[in-house]
Design a protein around this ligand. Structure first.
Ligand SMILES: O=C(O)[C@H]1O[C@H](OP(=O)(O)OP(=O)(O)OC[C@H]2O[C@@H](n3ccc(=O)[nH]c3=O)[C@H](O)[C@@H]2O)[C@H](O)[C@@H](O)[C@@H]1O
Length: 403
């Protein structure tokens, strides 16, 4: 009897434990999937949050899709647009070129300003098409790019992926959109390459890039020409000159030097041939933002529709610099003063990996056409950066460890 009862219990328990096992395995799998991919948002909910972020404060305001919105310039431009009443939607792929936590923090800041940043790559044509279908954007501010001059020797394909294929993907989506938005995009001072005549003017030659980065930006300018010519897209390229400021890029010298000086680590100060200085026309982020807004506000409409050109469209390119180059040695001495720490300097010959000796912008064209007038001197701008840096990295000990 006891044996029979026991075998009954075993018989009933066995299938029960299998069911339990299956149940827990399924639960675990779902949790892992949820953790990896997040809960899939419904299309209606996604479209409604995109539309909400894109809604301008008035009928006269712009509706702008900002690519690279969680990037340094993208964040500042998006906030400035939203603040003045424009509708803004961002897109960013949150890649790991530099600390993703900084990009997340920028995206959180944007969310607090009411700007949605869609997580996606500009090479994703169906995502771009969906965004341009859901919202009739008047403008696209295309800032997504693989930045950095020297990294191009380490990961050349990332430059082709973002700066060439990505740009074409954005232009394709814009050309097909109805109405076609006007496009403003980030080119670079690096297109002036090996030119030695300064200040650099938009009329100067740009056929001697010193890095693959510069070559992809120059290619972008030619690609812009062809899309303008064939499809009637209104396109404005902005040649940024070494942009710096709060929420900046950790790969750039001013950011890297600040980190290393505070950690007591050596900083490599490049010098030119015969001990000459290497200098940059460092341009403060708020001035760059004003230039970007000026370009958006003065952009003419694209003329095409349904992928067909209906007449000639605007094609422009502008220098956005500060007009006063600062030697790298001055960058270090200003940081020493602001941080109240002596830097451990190591002077090195500038490596031949893409750098140029001097950049200096002539901004007459941007002043006349965009009302661009940079007002932030280097020391004021750098002190604003240092203030932000110390606040940002002291607000969380864990953050400091990740820098
Ligand atoms: O103007 C531009 O178009 C470019 O400006 C910067 O490029 P770069 O001027 O090389 O900026 P940094 O990498 O911050 O270098 C600034 C200066 O510091 C120097 N440097 C850099 C790194 C280092 O370890 N030591 C050093 O002396 C460089 O030679 C350069 O003169 C950006 O990184 C590019 O993305 C941008 O397109």
């Amino acid at each position: 009897m006891v044996d029979k009862a026991m075998s009954n219990i075993h018989r009933t328990r066995f299938p029960l434990s299998i069911t339990k096992l299956l149940f827990f395995t399924l639960m675990l799998l779902s949790l892992i999937l949820l953790f990896l991919f997040g809960s899939p948002p419904s299309t209606a909910a996604w479209e409604s949050s995109v539309r909400q972020s894109a809604t301008p404060a008035s009928s006269k305001a712009l509706t702008v899709l900002v690519t690279g919105a969680a990037g340094f310039v993208g964040t500042h431009v998006s906030i400035a647009l939203k603040r003045r009443g424009d509708g803004v939607v961002g897109i960013d792929n949150f890649n790991s070129y530099y600390e993703a936590s900084l990009k997340r923090a920028r995206s959180d800041l944007l969310a607090r300003h009411g700007v949605l940043v869609v997580n996606g790559d500009i090479n994703d044509a169906s995502l771009l098409n969906s965004l341009l279908e859901v919202v009739k954007f008047s403008h696209v501010m295309h800032l997504a790019a693989q930045a950095g001059v020297r990294y191009a020797m380490i990961n050349p394909k990332s430059y082709v992926h973002s700066n060439i294929a990505g740009l074409v993907s954005v232009l394709e989506a814009c050309k097909n959109a109805n109405p076609q938005p006007a496009i403003v995009w980030a080119s670079s001072s690096s297109v002036y390459g090996l030119n030695s005549k300064v200040p650099f003017s938009e009329k100067d030659r740009t056929d001697r890039p010193a890095s693959l980065y510069a070559a992809t930006k120059k290619a972008g300018e030619e690609i812009a020409h062809s899309y303008n010519h064939i499809y009637g897209l209104s396109i404005t390229g902005l040649r940024f000159f070494t942009v710096y400021g709060p929420w900046g890029r950790p790969d750039m010298a001013y950011f890297l030097f600040t980190k290393n000086i505070l950690k007591g680590k050596q900083v490599a100060v490049f010098e030119g041939p015969n001990g000459g200085s290497v200098a940059r026309d460092f341009t403060y982020i708020d001035d760059i933002v004003k230039g970007c807004l000026g370009a958006l506000d003065t952009a003419s409409k694209s003329t095409g529709s349904g992928g067909k050109k209906n007449g000639p469209a605007q094609l422009r390119v502008y220098n956005l610099g500060n007009t006063s180059p600062v030697p790298v040695s001055k960058l270090v001495s200003t940081l020493e003063k602001l941080l109240k720490v002596n830097a451990k300097k190591k002077v090195l010959a500038m490596p031949s990996n893409g750098d140029v000796i001097l950049t200096h912008a002539n901004i007459t064209l941007a002043r006349n056409d965009l009302g661009y007038r940079p007002t932030t001197d280097f020391e004021t701008g750098l002190s604003k950066f240092v203030h932000w840096y110390t606040q940002y990295y002291s607000s969380s000990a864990s953050r400091a460890n990740t820098v």
